[in-house]
Design a protein around this ligand. Structure first.
Ligand code: PMP
Length: 431
């Protein structure tokens, strides 16, 4: 595969951009080699600067649920740009967006738009702290909630990929207010809560984790957290930046039947444009400025172009329940195919899967938390990743990521992925 144009761009990029990228995982450090620079994408395909075509399994880390360059969204954006790009003033679409989110995700009674998932989670814990008058938060090892200071403690995604879970620049004071527990360990949470009575403002988690690879909540885990939070007056925050409107119309919370107090949303509700949001119980959201004393603002928040894209996608998802049955069927077809190949090759790797999210871990352990995710053979993952890339399959360049399928993938595309997976396993393992 020729990637000489990408390599040239990467060399130049490194002169002007730290590490040559604007978000760390993109640099391919976890898998070695040089990143491919993407030029365009349509439906189930992405194309790089050298003209290589790939089947898309990452979909901008989740938001392209309907595939790339969806025509309805393109039209909505083209229409919106005729009327200028930003006003910094209230607009009709923001009201429609808020109303739609509230109707699709009933735990959300009021919602505030921001510009990224990072802003959403930072703002959600601020309002939880204001509302409860408490300082500490609990998060889970391996969960990633963006790069806000409070969350760069035992974080997943790029932070684990690079082995710097506790980033320099985060003060001890901030770090002291973040308590961490192992994912799926209710007893550990109870211990933290008991040891910090009346000091914990919020408990935040990915209700299905994407950021240590795909990890599912064990039976009773989410229910148990809900109960502890109710007993202790702790604000339960579901970070649904990856799962909201993907795992079902109402997100992971609908799929598992658990109602959080606050929810954070991100890229998905922008249909690929830079958007985030946080929302939940009116009683809590009423603390947000200008109604309440907790300050949070944004010049570009509710940006008209981003709203046009996001609203069009969410409306489509709301009106087309068959999207979710298709995503289920595709996820099932792909992971069953992978399981068959793994069994056929006499391997015992673990596949975690729910709906349109999955991760293949190179370990025989069940992956239920961060230590078990880290038992995966990362060198082997790197080889496998490049074998897949060479066969035209575009995946997240780290073991600690979930893949995200889109409705643009047909059975024929999925069968090509299954075939490439089997060939890539053989090549990576020299079988
Ligand atoms: N929360 C979760 C669960 C995420 O997966 C991410 C990003 N992948 C974020 C928060 C941060 O979102 P952003 O990158 O838009 O700041």
């Amino acid at each position: 595969m020729n990637i000489s144009t990408s390599q040239g761009l990467f060399e130049k990029a490194q002169k002007f951009i730290p590490g040559g990228v604007n978000s760390p995982v993109r640099a391919f450090r976890a898998v070695g080699g040089s990143p491919v620079f993407i030029k365009s994408a349509k439906g189930p395909y992405v194309y790089d600067e050298d003209g290589n075509e790939y089947i898309e399994l990452i979909n901008s880390w989740g938001p392209m649920i309907l595939g790339h360059a969806n025509e309805l969204i393109q039209e909505a954006v083209s229409d919106a740009i005729q009327h200028s790009f930003s006003f910094g003033a209230p607009t009709r679409r923001e009201v429609e967006m808020a109303e739609l989110i509230v109707s699709m995700m009933p735990s959300v009674e009021k919602v505030r738009m921001v510009n990224s998932g990072t802003e959403a989670t930072m703002s959600a814990i601020r309002v939880a702290r204001g509302f409860t008058g408490r300082d500490k938060i609990i998060k889970f090892e391996g969960c990633y909630h963006g790069h806000g200071d409070s969350f760069l403690i035992a974080a997943g995604s790029g932070a684990v990929t690079f082995g710097t879970p506790d980033s320099p620049g985060v003060t001890k004071g901030v770090a002291n207010d973040t308590l961490t527990a192992p994912y799926n360990d209710l007893a550990a949470v109870q211990q933290l809560v008991d040891a910090n009575k009346n000091h914990i403002a919020a408990l935040i988690l990915e209700p299905v984790v994407g950021n240590m690879g795909c990890v599912l909540p064990a039976a009773g885990f989410l229910e148990g957290l809900r109960k502890i939070c109710d007993e202790e007056g702790i604000v339960l925050i579901f970070d649904e930046v990856m799962t909201g409107f993907r795992l079902s119309k109402g997100g992971a919370q609908q799929r598992f039947g658990i109602t959080p107090d606050l929810t954070t949303l991100g890229k998905i509700i922008g249909g690929g444009m830079p958007v985030g949001a946080y929302g939940g119980k009116a009683e809590i959201m009423n603390w947000v400025s200008p109604l309440g004393p907790v300050y949070q603002a944004g010049t570009l928040s509710g940006n008209p172009i981003a709203m046009a894209a996001g609203l069009t996608m969410l409306n489509y998802l709301n009106d087309h329940p068959e999207v979710y049955s298709q995503l289920e069927t595709s996820g099932h077809r792909l992971t069953s195919g992978f399981s068959n190949s793994i069994a056929k090759l006499g391997l015992d790797y673990t596949i975690n899967h729910i709906g349109s999210m999955y991760t293949l871990f190179f370990t025989d352990q069940q992956v239920t938390d961060f230590p078990s995710a880290k038992s995966s053979d990362l060198v082997l993952f790197g080889k496998y990743f490049h074998e897949m890339l060479n066969r035209g399959i575009y995946m997240g360049p780290s073991q600690f990521e979930s893949m995200f399928l889109s409705t643009a993938l047909t059975d024929a595309h999925i069968d090509r992925v299954i075939e490439a997976n089997e060939e890539s396993l053989k090549a990576a393992l020299s079988l």
